[in-house]
Write a protein that binds this ligand. Structure first.
Ligand SMILES: [Zn+2]
Length: 564
């Protein structure tokens, strides 16, 4: 293995308290080390450049059944974005739902090295992992959808947390999953009967259980299993005016599970859950109410779900919400019920500047991000591709770091939306140090990824270098340059190898697939009763269900010792 030495860069490594100090970073065998032999090591001169840990994305739909269905239903998304092959890279297509190889290349060009695929129906896990295998330059993991899985509902409704925990542990290994994903708890099971739940205390038919009991039950199970991430939660009533009340009730309900300062829930794409107003005509921001709550509590982290003004493809397990979006837009749509596990829906959507609701959504994402005082609670995402494609991250970076960039966009938006926006009252501009938290260090910490999101000795040598000289430029004033720099990394280093140079992929590196191998005192017994359930409830036999290790191109299991 070659040794690598990154010399003299301005290093931003918030996990180790390093804020723009000029330092060298030494790499050996894909890991960061104390030092290397300077004469022998390959050197990168990072003088005048910004050095950060590789980017980490806590929530991005890049693989699996819903993504692939999105690709199939949108040929128009392919033709507007065609990527030619090079001597090193493969060809591909797709703007909002890019093909697998292009996905890896685009992330790597922005300095990202780790992503989390957040919405995996266990029944579709094999397909998901096959696509992740084909996505280069990134380490990745998936969250199985468990909030409406019949086994979970059955054991939680009986109050049998220990048994529920064992089945969740079994499912992590069986689907090769990383964290518990919950979407519109109770609503997806109800959707199988054309219904939904409308508050956290509605009863889910056939199971005598409420969304509150599902969320709190699984948050407790998550603790019993010692999973590295908290529960990953898409709230009830997402995307509907007035839903911030449900979001506040949800966060309050989860207080009962928090016993220390550690987060017990990550609320994903919070923008979509922070709407005030009685209907679409009066819809406005509840960012103030939501951020006041999060600022005074420590059990919640969240990601933005930032909206980009563009044509994109929405996709979520929240089938009833996607149906609502179909009723609003009249676009072509797909909707499905995934047997005993979850549901799903896909619909194209164009966020427009001249639309008051879309402008308000754009504003809410940024308001939340800027009103949260502690950047370790808040992470940058678009909920790709729901708020817009991940390739728009450099735009969000400009909006977060520059009031001038925000004003330039806002003044081109709907007049009604402008009047409702809280952004003109917010002066905060994130520093490069804070940016490193919200795009990598904080995300890795919330995910419990000990070897990622920092540049300390022993960390994975996943590193991004950007053409930004903090001594020479004021990032708030020169936001266009910052946008360009974060869209075209000077270098992206994956596992100690130079993957990107000057915004171009120069080397193929396979990423690893991480998953939690949860070890319980008594493993779940696959008895006749369970096999009978498979026969009765699923369309696949038990023997064909699990994702075996050999399905993963580069498996990277994380051993987790459970308390059950
Ligand atoms: Zn999502």
């Amino acid at each position: 293995m070659t040794e690598l030495l990154i010399k003299n860069g301005f290093v931003f490594d918030p996990s180790n308290g390093i804020n723009g100090e000029k330092m060298d970073i030494a790499i050996k065998n894909g890991k960061i080390v104390e030092s290397v032999n300077e004469r022998k090591a390959k050197k990168i001169d990072a003088t005048g450049l910004t050095v950060m840990p590789g980017g980490v994305d806590i929530h991005t739909h890049i693989a699996g059944a819903e993504v692939n269905t999105g690709r199939l239903m949108r040929p128009e998304d392919h033709v507007k974005d065609v990527v030619r092959k090079t001597a090193i890279t493969r060809s591909g297509v797709g703007y909002s739902v890019p093909s697998t190889f292009v996905t890896g290349y685009r992330y790597s060009k922005m300095g990202y090295t780790t992503i989390m695929n957040p919405s995996m129906p266990p029944l579709e896990a094999k397909h998901t992992h096959e696509e992740l295998n084909d996505t280069p330059l990134l380490d990745k993991a998936s969250y199985p959808l468990l909030g409406d899985w019949w086994f979970v509902l059955e054991y939680l409704s009986k109050g049998n947390l220990a048994e529920c925990a064992k089945y969740v542990a079994w499912m992590m290994g069986t689907s090769k999953g990383y964290a518990i994903k919950i979407v519109n708890p109770g609503g997806l099971e109800s959707w199988g009967f054309g219904r939904n739940v409308h508050s956290i205390d509605d009863e889910v038919k056939n199971f005598c259980i409420t969304p509150r009991e599902i969320m709190c039950g699984l948050a407790k199970v998550n603790k019993m299993l010692n999973l590295p991430h908290s529960i990953h939660l898409h709230t009830n009533n997402l995307g509907l005016p007035g839903n911030y009340i449900t979001t506040l009730e949800t966060m309050k309900a989860l207080e009962s599970v928090a016993t220390d300062d550690k987060p017990v829930a990550h609320i994903t794409h919070l923008q979509f859950s922070s709407f005030a107003g009685e209907g679409w005509g009066s819809m406005h921001s509840a960012a103030e109410e939501i951020s006041n709550y999060i600022n005074s509590h420590s059990h919640i982290t969240f990601d933005m779900g930032q909206v980009i003004f563009t044509d994109t493809t929405t996709m979520t397990a929240d089938g009833p919400f996607e149906y609502t979006l179909y009723e609003l837009s009249g676009h072509k749509w797909v909707n499905s019920d995934v047997e005993t596990e979850t549901s799903g829906g896909i619909i194209p959507f164009h966020y427009k500047r001249n639309n008051a609701v879309n402008t308000t959504q754009w504003s809410i994402g940024l308001e939340l991000a800027l009103m949260i005082k502690d950047p370790w609670k808040m992470f940058m995402t678009t909920d790709h591709p729901n708020g817009g494609p991940f390739s728009a991250y450099p735009k969000i970076i400009a909006w977060l770091t520059s009031k001038k960039a925000r004003s330039a966009t806002l003044k081109r938006c709907s007049k009604k939306g402008q009047k409702r926006s809280l952004l003109p009252t917010i002066d905060r501009e994130l520093s490069l140090y804070e940016l490193a938290i919200v795009t990598r260090a904080g995300q890795a910490k919330a995910l419990g990824l000990a070897s990622k999101g920092h540049l300390g000795v022993g960390a994975d040598a996943d590193i991004a270098i950007y053409n930004v000289n903090p001594e020479k430029i004021d990032i708030a004033k020169t936001y266009k340059k910052v946008r360009r720099a974060f869209g075209n990394a000077a270098y992206t280093i994956k596992d100690g190898k130079i993957a990107v140079k000057d915004g171009e992929v120069v080397q193929h590196v396979d990423g690893k697939t991480m998953w939690c191998d949860v070890q319980t005192a008594e493993p779940v017994k696959i008895d006749d009763e369970m096999k009978r359930k498979f026969k009765e409830y699923w369309t696949v036999e038990y023997d064909n269900y699990p994702v075996y290790d050999h399905y993963l191109k580069v498996p990277s299991p994380i051993i987790v010792k459970a308390d059950v």
